[in-house]
Write a protein that binds this ligand. Structure first.
Ligand SMILES: C[S@@+](CC[C@H](N)C(=O)[O-])C[C@H]1O[C@@H](n2cnc3c(N)ncnc32)[C@H](O)[C@@H]1O
Length: 240
């Protein structure tokens, strides 16, 4: 099973991921600044319910949440180490905060709530293809009528094979992530090579459509790192 083993990597190497994000090698600063804008744009501060699937330590989401807090924030992750840190980063939030140690697809399929914002950052690419389809089906079931699925993730180019994607991404890591100690960089490369199964944007959009999410818009793209907003209805292309 891809996800459980991959999550075991994060449990062991959480500090390595934290280092990678500290140096902004995956564009977290730009991506999460935009997420903050989007949350404000919903004009629902203190009123919306948000689930964060594969929340990690929520370090980059927390500042946006503090500025436009939900009524309920529910973070789900398989790494207890990450969740322990998340408690600290989210400590200033005055809303209800629930952190669940669990598998994201199981949690989504089990939820009985309707969520206004379903957020996921760099986690869905760890799921097998059938589980990604199940993920979208579960989103289709539990997203509120005017809700948003905000997905931050790595994606393949259209018609790019996984092999070609990996070659390009590993080259990017080895060329650009120069401040990561060599042995740790190779551990990160091995993780990507073994556990990353990104899809193309159109493949994800197709799964979303089949689950009743007709609207989708690319919010940002930095190389392979995308942010896509999915909704039930078509989105006006002029906003955002
Ligand atoms: C790359 S980190 C992303 C953390 C944060 N969302 C971000 O954007 O920086 C991926 C996180 O997803 C978690 N994860 C991976 N697969 C998961 C799964 N199937 N269920 C729950 N968490 C998972 C890992 O433990 C890790 O904390």
């Amino acid at each position: 099973m891809i996800s459980a083993e991959s999550a075991a990597f994060f449990a062991r190497s959480w500090t390595l991921y934290d280092l990678i994000t500290e140096y902004n090698y995956m564009f977290h600063r730009e991506i999460y600044a935009k997420i903050e804008d989007l949350l404000k744009q919903r004009k629902e501060c203190n009123r919306y319910q948000m689930i964060d699937l594969g929340c990690g330590n929520a370090r980059f989401l927390a500042p946006g949440l503090l500025k436009c807090p939900p009524a309920l924030y529910h973070g789900v992750d398989l790494s207890e180490a990450a969740l322990a840190e998340a408690r600290g980063f989210l400590a200033g939030l005055s809303c209800e905060v629930v952190l669940t140690h669990g598998e994201l697809l199981d949690s989504l399929q089990a939820t009985e709530r309707k969520w206004d914002v379903i957020f996921t950052g760099f986690a869905v690419h760890h799921l097998a293809l059938q589980d990604k389809a199940r993920f979208f089906q579960a989103v289709g079931r539990c997203l509120s009528d005017n809700g948003w699925l905000l997905m931050v993730d790595v994606m393949r180019e259209e018609r790019q094979t996984r092999k070609d994607y990996l070659e390009e991404y590993l080259r990017f890591m080895r060329d650009r992530w120069i401040l990561i100690p060599a042995d740790e960089l190779e551990a990160a490369c091995a993780h990507v090579e073994t556990y990353d199964y990104p899809e193309s944007l159109s493949a994800l959009q197709e799964m979303a459509k089949e689950s009743g999410l007709k609207g989708s818009k690319v919010i940002s793209q930095f190389g392979q790192h995308y942010t896509v907003l999915f909704s039930r209805d078509s989105l006006p292309q002029t906003v955002f």
